[in-house]
Design a protein around this ligand. Structure first.
Ligand SMILES: NC(=O)c1ccc[n+]([C@@H]2O[C@H](COP(=O)([O-])OP(=O)(O)OC[C@H]3O[C@@H](n4cnc5c(N)ncnc54)[C@H](O)[C@@H]3O)[C@@H](O)[C@H]2O)c1
Length: 431
């Protein structure tokens, strides 16, 4: 099939490389010329496992081309819209990128009388594809079908999620569109749900709201455990053994971040309000998460006055194996540390570039040991494999300075044996 993917960010590029790898001819279109120039040379503009090799493979096979020019849209069987849908200050969704991408697509579709499916990959609220995208494409005067194919990838394992998804959800406007989308996904061996467009849009938001609620509840449970002297890891193990609950997404930490959960929970709550529905749980998830992002700061403040202290922050990306810092807990934490008068030294294996633009005045270390060197306390925010060191190694790097750990990388008994001043989130003992 001939596919045009509009927007070569995390979602668009992964799908483009994935479909090209399955033998389709894919054109990747983005308005960001520097991104396109990298992609054309086989250099991924984002950090994602195996992406470089897979990207070069499909370029060399002649299956993927990248450009800023929309002309490749014309004659495509499927045009996939994967541009950003960021939050506006009131929590609603900014559709400006979707609108401009769709207008440009409509202009190109006019040039060919082939039937194309315009498929939304961007996360948009229920009703958006039919009420916003449809009318813009209609201006082309051409015959087209509409679809919604929500993206469920997890950054850090995005390509393997593409290859082996838990499920594929496709909302279609009509049977012809459904046949084309079935053809696109016929090589995928997983559960598939074909439904209407509005339902597919809602499934994406409902999934993210459920995931976010689990994380928020795991965090609050761990916080209670920490106060009352119970080990939350053991508690979660017991909770997860219940088949109605299951073991996934029950790990406490510094709060969820990234480009999806925070904005999608806010957008759904905002949408609910507009539709007249009161949703206290959705609002509480956002509130709870904002509080959790400052949990390590709260713990640190109980151990020492933060002003004029040198605090090391290990991990800036919102999760390991990505360079994405959007809504990362590290942003709120560093901001709070600076407001409290601390000097911050930070390190992340992949996410320092974007961070330097946001916090140009803090110190950035070349590796984890340099980051810890001479600090008064260290905060471990992101569970990068590079930070999985032994208690002895941390003791050597930190001396008596405390390590406050949001990811619980050490067994508390090994930390105690090494003489490490160790304070994991959710472990008995409120500092
Ligand atoms: N990142 C994820 O893990 C993920 C997962 C699921 C769903 N999503 C959804 O996918 C969508 C994209 O997210 P992302 O993280 O890939 O965003 P991103 O910011 O990484 O990428 C968006 C890209 O779209 C490009 N763009 C903007 N306007 C354009 C236009 N008019 N024409 C062509 N290109 C244009 C931008 O230059 C950018 O490269 C969002 O709706 C997001 O909610 C993302």
């Amino acid at each position: 099939m001939k596919i045009a993917v509009i927007g070569a960010g995390y979602a668009g590029l992964i799908s483009a490389v994935g479909w090209a790898g399955r033998g389709h001819d894919v054109a990747c279109i983005d308005t960001d010329g520097s991104k396109i120039s990298k992609i054309s040379k086989g250099v991924p503009p984002i950090f994602e496992k195996d992406l470089g090799e897979r990207l070069r493979g499909v370029i060399n096979a002649g299956r993927l081309k990248a450009g800023t020019d929309y002309s490749a849209v014309s004659g495509s069987d499927i045009v996939v819209i994967a541009v950003g849908t960021p939050s506006l200050p009131d929590g609603s969704v900014d559709l400006s990128h979707v609108r401009s991408a769709c207008s440009a697509v409509a202009d190109e579709l006019k040039k060919d009388d082939a039937f194309s499916v315009v498929a939304m990959r961007s996360t948009v609220l229920p009703g958006t594809t039919e009420k916003v995208v449809g009318p813009i494409i209609e201006k082309s005067g051409m015959r087209f079908g509409l679809a919604m194919v929500p993206e469920f990838l997890r950054e850090g394992s995005a390509l393997s999620d593409f290859d082996k998804p838990d499920r594929i959800v496709v909302g279609c406007s009509d049977d012809k569109t459904r046949n084309i989308m079935e053809e696109l996904y016929k090589s995928f061996d997983c559960q598939k749900l074909f439904t209407d467009i509005k339902t597919a849009e809602m499934i994406k938001y409902a999934s993210n709201a459920f995931l976010a609620s689990r994380v928020a509840l795991a965090n609050e449970t761990a916080n209670i455990c920490q106060r009352i002297g119970v080990d939350s890891e053991e508690v979660m193990k017991g909770v997860g053994m219940d088949s109605r609950i299951g073991p996934h997404f029950l790990v406490p930490g510094s709060g969820f971040g990234g480009s999806c959960l925070p904005k999608d929970v806010k957008a759904l709550a905002n949408h609910a309000k507009e539709s007249g529905e009161n949703v206290p749980v959705l609002h509480a998830i956002t509130e709870s998460n904002a509080k959790q992002k400052l949990r390590l700061f709260e713990m640190l403040s109980r151990i020492m006055p933060v002003s004029r202290k040198r605090i090391a922050v290990l991990g800036l990306a919102f999760k390991p194996d990505t360079d994405d810092i959007r809504e990362s807990p590290a942003l709120a934490l560093i901001q709070k540390l600076l407001e409290a008068g601390a000097a911050v030294c930070a390190y992340d294996p992949e996410a320092m570039g974007g961070m330097r633009d946001m916090f140009p005045s803090i110190e950035y270390a070349g590796d984890w040991e340099e980051c810890l060197s001479g600090c008064d306390a260290a905060l471990l925010v992101t569970a990068w494999p590079e930070f999985m060191k032994s208690a002895e190694e941390y003791k050597k790097a930190l001396g008596n300075a405390p390590l406050l750990d949001a990811r619980r990388i050490l067994a508390p008994n090994t930390a105690a044996e090494a003489g490490l001043n160790y304070h994991p989130i959710g472990k008995s003992g409120w500092p």
